[in-house]
Design a protein around this ligand. Structure first.
Ligand code: HEC
Length: 107
């Protein structure tokens, strides 16, 4: 009986260990996300804003799933995605704006 109990304990520990990384892993390598250059600057976004947005995006948006490529969605789609996803993060309104500028390429 004692042996059976420790088996259960072992199984529980394994289940916890296996499920833990699923919320901290990002499947997309951040090196595949574009690095802003002066060519990406628009009337809506300066180079420092795009660079900060990239860093904030990497640090805040890959906790539950991989980092989606900015090219995967239109800027209209990104704006509604940001409305849905930003509350999942602890970002301030100004940080959310920077991430939005990055993923929409300043559009
Ligand atoms: C607390 C966990 C969590 C965080 C943090 C998070 N997301 Fe998500 N995200 C989800 C879940 C769960 C889904 C899938 C279900 C859904 O679409 O609501 C998802 C889906 C997505 C999708 C796919 C939407 C679609 O329609 O295909 C995108 C793009 C996305 N997230 C972007 C982001 C961005 C950008 C951030 C940072 C601002 C972010 N996520 C932060 C949990 C999270």
């Amino acid at each position: 009986m004692k042996k059976l109990k420790s088996y259960y304990l072992l199984i529980i520990v394994i289940v916890i260990l296996v499920s833990l990384p699923s919320c901290s892993k990002s499947s997309t390598d951040s090196s595949s996300l574009y690095t802003p250059t002066s060519a990406d600057v628009t009337s809506n976004a300066t180079l420092p804003e795009l660079q900060q947005g990239r860093t904030l995006y990497i640090n805040n948006c890959g906790k539950c799933h991989g980092l989606y490529s900015p090219d995967s969605y239109s800027s209209t789609e990104w704006k509604s995605i940001m409305n849905n996803m930003a509350p999942n993060t602890g970002m301030s309104a100004s940080e959310i704006l920077l991430v939005t500028k990055y993923v929409t390429r300043g559009n």
